[in-house]
Design a protein around this ligand. Structure first.
Ligand code: TRP
Ligand code: ZN
Length: 924
């Protein structure tokens, strides 16, 4: 690998392409050791670009075999070839350019471009992988029609797939170049006895950017379903997997059907192709990819069978299937002008998949109250991810606005900020204009921009124009990084019967942004009266202009406040007794709310708030304060009493459903608590959190035992949300019960481990046994490995659980186990899921062990990053981010982390991906 000079790409440097591509015809002769690509581009000079500009084609790791202009070989002087592409001068206004290239899929370990996994061919083109397949203007604002011919040996590659509609399939001759290569004994030419070849021709009627191109070739089988869309068109749905996995595709297919129906009913958006395919692959850099009509998925987000997949895995499949399907409109029909606009498609599509999952979960609930708490559970899960991963990103060296201003490697900007914070920004837009207003805005967006490559500003303009709203200040969410802090002081004036909220907002500097302007923040608030019910809300005249609306639903009364200034005051009239304010209901904005209130008020909200999200929030705040106090030296037993009481109340509340109760009793993560501290000592933090856990475990031991027994049904596993919630609660209770030190608990966990008929209960029991430590832990791990040695996705769990394990008294450091696991025959740096399971779970998911005071974790991290980088820079860069927050630690750890970062930065050969991460981490 070449060491690349860092080049910064800037958003404001955007220039339109010099040429447009009206259509492309691609012919592939597919062989793992050497694939030939014959591409013909119909080109037309872009009317809005500079007239004399040359045609600039991107291309990487390609062997050029020939170039023809309008049928004639192109003179060598007319083009120049570099490491990064091909430039062609003096082209006519319209022309066709034919380019023949070679690549070596088998040698491609980056999993970007065309590669081989388990003997089959796959592509991954987003963001810039197409340039590793052929020379092309590989940028999303060049949208072309594609016709694709795939030729391959018939026996080895019986299935040939690409985007759009299948036009023809037939047997064919082996390509001529292959016979010629045979004579010359060229490498990669295939077996000596000639194989029979076949070909398939695919045509995609929709113009698309190159990042949405895909092909798949190999030995695969499909599960199929036919369906009539809302306008009555019949479509064919397929889920393709390697033979033997057919019995695990049902849930993905059902999820796809639900996603299609949901987009029809919620947004009036219909599937536009006759055929929609999902293909599962076990070597994949991310979750899945929305290629037009041919989604390619990590097996993790397709395979769902209770024997191997947990309830969480089932939910993951549903949300990712939804996500990729929803991209067909938000991403594919309307795409991004340039990669700085990534959140245009990703934030919006995450918002859509979140809403989809929430609606499906709510629909499965038996009662209205159940539906509300099912929605809250989904919201809580999403907010946990945001706080645990996005808030730290926004406070660290990689902080960037959801629409970044610059990057060195775009793959490093597929971040929780662009995705999850981006989704929060869309959700705020919906809160501001209301659900119906948001739908009107979406309709206008598609009416204006279908078939175009556009910007985030175009999206916001559509929402604003459809609602006559002024969203100019709201645009700052797109340009400013950092998590705003909203501090609120409430006061009650009994004589004037008024309640007053003084609200201030501020945002800390982030790289390149020393000063922030106030954000436009929708703050949804309620006032909870002494009887636990919401008070009616009458805004005083002086602030009425900043009260967008009052919402009343069921027993809930909330005001949607427009925060637009650094400091504002809101007053409510006719408030006889002092209420407790319920702030940022349903997490109405991605901000940190600071509000001084005592444990009693938090316990009161946890018991009574009409907003279930804020009931959970109050309990979390109680727990966070408790852990922080213990960390500060408070005695765990005394300090935990209010938390223990609040959690006992939630467990005993018959009106709360199981999944929601489980959320209440799960303590905030170490990562989240760490962000509340100036200087983090992860070892002390774990000890404090575990001490609080211990108080809950022992203080409520009787309840844990009862929950495990009451919920430990012998009924066979079913996939519905209600029983999934019960399993989650039962398994959380089992882990607490084990922590209480009761020997019965360990025996119960062992029994559940042995007898479970589903992976949720099996892993739930295993997690409890990991907490028990000693022989029970080792026995269960050995047994689990034996049971699932031939199930890669389950072995990922086995690696991951051990890497994230807490140390029990007498245990050696977890790094010793992790080192041994890295030498396990089933471990491989070439499989991203495996790398995430071991390296990711240890470096990102086991704070106390990774940050061992002797720096051993950091040294191991540097070795793994350097070892992985030449194989797969994208995944190496993800792992490299484990040291982002190095400045948050004490001086010794900082020194050791800096040394590890410098060691990586000093490597002679480093990818652009990893270089950007480590240099930004080291920068001031
Ligand atoms: N666009 C994809 C999604 O959101 C994710 C994606 C981006 C991706 N780059 C990728 C997937 C590279 C695999 C490899 O769903
Ligand atoms: Zn996406």
């Amino acid at each position: 690998m070449r060491t690349e000079q860092p080049v910064t790409i800037r958003r404001l440097d955007y220039t339109p392409p010099s040429f447009l591509v009206d259509s492309v015809s691609l012919a592939f002769d597919l062989l793992p050791g050497g694939t030939r690509v014959d591409a013909t581009l119909a080109l037309r000079r872009n009317p809005v670009a500079d007239s004399g500009a040359p045609l600039s084609l991107d291309g990487e790791e390609l062997t050029l075999e020939g170039v023809w202009l309008d049928g004639e070989p192109l003179a060598v002087g007319r083009y120049s070839l570099s490491e990064s592409g091909l430039e062609v001068r003096d082209l006519p206004e319209t022309c066709t350019l034919r380019i023949v290239t070679r690549t070596t899929p088998e040698a491609n370990t980056t999993l970007s471009g065309l590669y081989v996994s388990n003997g089959n061919f796959f592509t991954q083109c987003e963001a810039e992988g197409f340039r590793r397949i052929t020379f092309f203007p590989d940028r999303p604002d060049v949208m072309a029609r594609y016709r694709v011919t795939l030729r391959a040996p018939r026996e080895r590659f019986p299935v040939l797939l690409s985007n759009g509609n299948l036009i023809a399939r037939r047997d064919c001759e082996a390509p001529e170049w292959l016979a010629a290569a045979h004579d010359g004994e060229a490498p990669g030419a295939g077996p000596a006895t000639p194989e029979a070849w076949h070909e398939a021709v695919w045509d995609d009627p929709f113009p698309k950017p190159s990042y949405l191109f895909a092909l798949v070739a190999g030995r695969l089988v499909a599960t199929e379903e036919r369906l009539a869309t809302m306008s009555g068109r019949e479509v064919l749905l397929q889920v393709w997997v390697e033979p033997g996995n057919e019995d695990r595709t049902g849930h993905a297919m059902q999820s796809l059907v639900r996603a299609i129906r949901w987009d029809e009913s919620r947004f009036g958006l219909e599937l536009d192709l006759d055929r929609f395919m999902i293909v599962a692959v076990s070597d994949f850099n991310m979750g899945a990819m929305e290629n037009k009509g041919l989604n390619i998925f990590n097996t993790k987000y397709v395979f769902a069978h209770p024997r191997i997949a947990t309830d969480q895995d089932f939910a993951g499949v549903e949300s990712v299937v939804g996500h990729e399907y929803f991209h067909n409109w938000t991403g594919n029909r309307v795409t991004c002008r340039d990669w700085f606009q990534l959140t245009l498609k990703e934030g919006l599509t995450v918002f859509r998949d979140q809403e989809f999952s929430a609606d499906v979960m709510a629909a499965q609930a038996a009662t209205q109250a159940g539906a509300a708490s099912a929605r809250a559970v989904k919201r809580i899960e999403d907010v946990r991810v945001l706080r645990a991963a996005q808030f730290p990103e926004d406070a660290g060296p990689m902080a960037h606005p959801i629409r970044p201003d610059s990057y060195q490697e775009i793959n490093n900007f597929y971040t929780v900020t662009v995705y999850e914070k981006g989704a929060e920004v869309i959700r705020m837009l919906q809160t501001l204009v209301g659900r119906d207003g948001f739908r009107k805005g979406m309709d206008l967006y598609f009416a204006r921009h279908d078939g175009q490559a556009v910007t985030c500003d175009d999206f916001v303009a559509a929402i604003a124009d459809a609602n006559g709203a002024d969203l100019s200040q709201f645009g700052r969410w797109y340009s400013q990084a950092g998590t705003p802090r909203v501090s609120i002081v409430g006061s009650h004036d009994a004589r004037a019967r008024r309640y007053r909220l003084e609200v201030r907002q501020a945002c800390l500097p982030s790289p390149g942004q020393p000063l922030k302007q106030p954000f436009h923040i929708p703050l949804v608030v309620g006032l909870v009266g002494p009887d636990g019910r919401d008070l009616p809300l009458k805004p005083a005249a002086a602030c009425a202009g900043s009260v967008r609306r009052i919402e009343t639903a069921g027993g809930q009364v909330s005001a949607v406040l427009d925060l637009t200034e650094a400091s504002q005051v809101f007053e409510f009239e006719d408030v006889a007794e002092a209420p407790v304010p319920s702030l940022a209901r349903n997490f109405s904005a991605p901000v940190v709310v600071e509000h001084a209130c005592d444990d009693a008020q938090l316990a009161f909200l946890a018991a009574h708030d009409s907003d279930p999200f804020n009931r959970w929030e109050a309990a979390q705040r109680l727990a966070t304060r408790c852990v922080l106090a213990v960390l500060d030296g408070a005695a765990p037993a005394g300090r935990s009493a209010p938390l223990v009481a609040a959690i006992a109340r939630a467990i005993d509340d018959p009106h709360l459903d199981a999944a929601f109760r489980e959320q209440i009793l799960a303590l905030p993560s170490e990562g989240f608590i760490a962000e509340q501290l100036e200087v983090v000592d992860p070892v002390a933090l774990r000890a404090a959190r575990d001490a609080v856990r211990g108080e809950l475990a022992r203080g409520l031991a009787g309840r844990w035992r009862a929950l495990v027994h009451d919920l430990g049904s012998d009924a066979p596993w079913t996939p519905d949300a209600a029983t999934a919630g019960e399993r989650a609660l039962k398994n959380a209770a089992l882990a607490y019960w084990v922590d209480s030190g009761d020997a019965d608990a360990v025996a119960t966990a062992q029994r559940q481990f042995a007898r479970a008929d589903n992976m949720t209960d099996r892993v739930g029991a295993l997690q409890a046994l990991l907490r028990a430590g000693g022989e029970p832990r080792e026995q269960a791990l050995a047994e689990f490995e034996k049971m699932f040695a031939d199930e890669p996705l389950v072995m990922d769990k086995w690696f991951s659980l051990q890497a994230a394990m807490h140390r029990r008294p007498g245990d050696p450091p977890v790094l010793e186990r992790v080192r041994a696991l890295a030498g396990h025959p089933a471990f491989s740096l070439r499989n991203p899921n495996r790398v995430r399971a071991l390296v990711g779970s240890f470096c990102h998911g086991n704070l106390a062990e990774f940050h061992a005071a002797d720096g051993s974790g950091y040294a191991w991290w540097a070795e793994r990053v350097l070892e992985l980088d030449p194989l797969n820079p994208q995944v190496a860069a993800r792992m490299a981010r484990a040291l982002d927050r190095w400045r948050k630690f004490g001086p010794e750890r900082q020194a050791a982390m800096r040394a590890a970062l410098e060691r990586v930065a000093a490597a002679e050969h480093l990818s652009r991906d990893v270089r950007e991460i480590v240099t930004k981490a080291l920068a001031a």
